[in-house]
Write a protein that binds this ligand. Structure first.
Ligand code: AHR
Length: 498
């Protein structure tokens, strides 16, 4: 007999006004993300600007609100001036490959405009300086004052780009990052960079690379807190950079339980330092699976191995229903904490571990793509009070420990100030359906259930099997303020009640 779960929704209690920037993305100069991913001037599938039209359409379809670029680790040795006007390839010391340097600031902004996304630029705080960062703001945002705005105009862009979101650095706390900083150095550099960047354009929103660590943030916020609008944190749970041995479905379900800790830690740090409601959190790189790039931080690895090992990120069979379920749980936790998390950027969006895979004749939409499609189309913009009053747990053994994983994960939203309910119901259970009973304090007449389902928990999409993971929909019978739905195992569902 199918087990039953109960969800209670208090639609009159709004917890936070969500933000569509939670459905943002990230793209880095790494492997096939830019070249052969979004930008491929020689492909018959590209437009006159060199952008792959099928990728643009796929990104428009998931309402991509914001894209972070150009890195990632890449940015910590990237000098933006080399990527505008006359270009030359250069050696990228982060990823130890030649960077063709055909895609720079002008192309990035054009790309964002063509999908209707906000450009978000991450600056070089590794080998770069405060002055270089602020010159980049001049190039993008000043009308015609000074040499950098004039440089942009000379490059064919009369009007400013008005880039609103700028981050100082990427993971500068990590010894893997070029030009890594200690806590004291970081606070000072962020302060001086923020000062100069905001003097160029006081309307920009500034982020700084951070981590859920008290000491790092004490130094950062004491020094530069008053200049910052955001701090950024990153998360990859299935750590595959050295050995590409993707975790099975059940282990990935344990990872869904670990997401919240980092958010809560960072939130409490902001609170204890007096910055709650002043500084928001941007989870500006996240993915269940860390990128595979073995030995990149050592000097002795063989250059000829580099591309073959990075190609492994693009094996489509890696991205199963585990990835879709994880992504939905991640977004649900962000929605739950959307009083403090205002942005999240899936890392990356195209190729590597991305939602979209490109090949010579088209794209494959991986299971994770459908999660963004479902959430951007059907979830609402306000998070409301929701809880499970009855749930069950399944056991997962991992590294000698036993974990109890709740089958159902849930979060409810309303859309556009109306009392329509949009409830995300994720069934983590690997092989059992659940009947979910929903009880709420508002009345509705119709219900529709949109579900991402896979033929098995390990189902994935590929060139010759594009629909193994797909979205289906059906009408749901409702009874004024109650509804009951049956959800498939390992599925992501959004129930719309109106
Ligand atoms: O593994 C890829 C990288 O993950 C990004 O470049 C970096 O920001 C993060 O460590």
């Amino acid at each position: 007999m199918t087990k039953e779960t109960k969800i209670e929704v208090n639609a009159r209690r709004v917890l936070s006004s969500g933000n569509s920037m939670l459905y943002g993305h990230f793209i880095e100069h790494f492997h096939r993300q830019i070249y052969g991913g979004i930008f491929d001037p020689t492909s018959p599938l590209s437009n006159e600007q060199g952008f792959r039209k099928d990728v643009l359409n796929a990104l428009k379809n998931i309402g991509t609100p914001i894209v972070r670029w150009p890195g990632g680790c890449f940015v910590s040795n990237y000098h933006w001036e080399d990527g505008v006007g006359k270009r030359e390839p250069f050696f990228d010391k982060a990823w130890r490959v030649e960077e063709p340097n055909l895609f720079g600031t002008d192309e990035f902004v054009a790309f964002c405009r063509s999908i209707g996304a906000e450009p978000y630029i991450c600056t070089n705080a590794g080998t770069g300086t405060a002055e270089e960062m602020s010159n980049w703001v001049e190039y993008c945002n000043l009308k015609d004052e000074g040499k950098y705005a004039k440089m942009r105009q000379k490059n064919g862009h009369e009007e400013p780009f008005n880039v609103k979101y700028w981050s100082i650095g990427n993971e500068n706390y990590g010894n893997w990052e070029i030009g890594a900083k200690d806590q004291k150095e970081w606070g000072r550099l962020v302060l001086e960079s923020a000062k100069m960047m905001k003097r160029v354009d006081p309307t920009i929103e500034l982020l700084a690379a951070s981590i859920s660590d008290l000491d790092w943030n004490i130094n950062l916020l004491k020094e530069a807190g008053d200049f910052l609008d955001w701090i950024s944190i990153h998360g990859y749970w299935d750590r595959l950079h050295e050995v590409d041995n993707p975790s099975p479905y059940e282990t990935c379900m344990i990872y869904t339980l670990e997401i919240e800790e980092q958010i809560l830690k960072t939130k409490y740090i902001l609170g204890s330092l007096g910055y709650l409601n002043k500084i928001k959190i941007a989870f500006d790189e996240w993915n269940l699976r860390g990128w595979h790039h073995p030995n990149v931080h050592r000097g002795d690895w063989l250059a000829e191995d580099i591309i073959a090992s990075r190609d492994r990120n693009d094996i489509n069979s890696t991205y199963t229903m585990a990835d879709a379920v994880f992504n939905a749980c991640f977004l649900n936790i962000c929605l739950k904490h959307s009083d403090v998390i205002g942005m999240a950027n899936f890392a990356p969006v195209v190729n590597t571990r991305g939602a979209i895979f490109t090949h010579a004749d088209g794209v494959v939409l991986r299971s994770t793509y459908y999660v963004f499609e479902l959430y951007t189309k059907y979830m609402g913009d306000k998070t409301i009070d929701t809880w499970t009053s009855q749930n069950d747990f399944f056991e997962v053994n991992h590294n000698g420990k036993t974990y109890q994983v709740p089958s159902i994960d849930v979060i409810a939203t309303t859309k556009d100030g109306s009392e329509n309910l949009r409830i995300s119901i994720v069934n983590r259970h690997p092989d059992q359906k659940r009947i979910v009973n929903i009880n709420t304090n508002i009345h509705f007449e119709n219900g529709t259930l949109y579900s991402i389902v896979g033929s098995s928990k390990d189902a994935y999409n590929d060139i010759d099997q594009p629909d193994n993971c797909k979205t289906i929909q059906h009408a749901v019978k409702v009874n004024t303020h109650e509804a009951a739905v049956e959800v498939e195992p390992h599925s992501v569902n959004i129930l719309v009640l109106e």
